[in-house]
Design a protein around this ligand. Sequence first.
Ligand code: PEP
Length: 252
Amino acid sequence: MVRRKLIAGNWKMNCLSADGVALAKSVAAQVKAGKFDCEFLICPPFTLLGLVKKCLRGSKVGLGAQDVHFAEKGAHTGDISPLMIKDLGCSYTIIGHSERRVDHAESNQLINQKAVAAHAAGLNTVICIGETEKERDAGKTIKVCQTEINGSVPADSTAKNTVIAYEPIWAIGTGKTPTAADVQEVHAAIRQALAKKLGKATASKMRILYGGSVKPGNAAELLSLPDVDGALIGGASLKADDFIAIAKNASK
Ligand code: PEP
């Protein structure tokens, strides 16, 4: 089964207009100049979506948001609806990132609702899952991932509208990563959980990204694993050269 790798940058709460424009333009130019056999996505903060969209015009780099509300519109001060994101030119939104699960107490049920709303609006979702360090030390990694898959991934998920990102929370922004063998074991278990929930055919086609301190130096090993179908990249996506250097390993 050939799954085209997705290289996605999560800019988080970083960049003002000038930095965001420069970063997006540099990524777009380097993607255009290079030979890549992967899909690219960048997810700036909401404030920069409109500006970044202009920088990506004519390029093969997709645009995504970092979150979404589940309602179509209405009295939800400070929130952004799926149609608003779509209207800005996004094709994807990240949901269920651990920073939202923790900072905003987001539950699997809420993330599931967001995914359903995003899919209904024609957006694709990157649904994030992953264990804490305490859960990992207690040997609960696979159980946590299964529970999050069961709760967060809606029944309407397809290999086209949904990408899973496995992000061990203890690896995010820390410079620590699981061993390659551990990553492969967890990704294979996630694919099994997806098969149980969505059927074998869908699970075999659905992309599962690894996220957590992906850098140019470890990308080759991580992206060569059979069940790793790309990367969700935080810190290193803020430097165009690093982001592109990681992507080069997805095109081998
Ligand atoms: C993330 O939070 O999505 C992430 C993977 O961050 P980093 O690459 O900085 O660990």
